[in-house]
Design a protein around this ligand. Structure first.
Ligand SMILES: [Zn+2]
Length: 65
C-alpha cells in the first residue's frame, strides 16, 4: 500500500527526533518534519522513521555575506 497523507493521520505519525508534525513529501519520496526539517526516507512504501536514517533538508540555505 503506497504511503499517503492519510497514513500520517491514521497512525498519528510524528517525528521520532522532536515529536513534531510530519508531512508527506509531494513526490512521496520521504516524510518531512515541519519542526526540525529532518526528512525520513520511504523505501518500498515503508517509511523509515529512524533518526539515524534522516537527512536534514534546508529550504533556505544560510546566506553568507
Ligand atoms: Zn523533527
Amino acid at each position: 500500500m503506497p504511503i499517503t497523507p492519510d497514513f500520517i493521520e491514521t497512525f498519528s505519525v510524528v517525528c521520532p527526533a522532536c515529536r513534531g508534525r510530519v508531512v508527506l513529501k509531494e513526490d512521496a519520496s520521504g516524510i518531512k518534519c515541519t519542526e526540525c526539517r529532518r526528512v525520513y526516507p520511504v523505501r518500498n512504501d515503508i517509511p523509515a522513521l529512524i533518526v539515524e536514517e534522516a537527512t536534514i533538508e534546508d529550504e533556505e540555505p544560510p546566506k553568507t555575506d
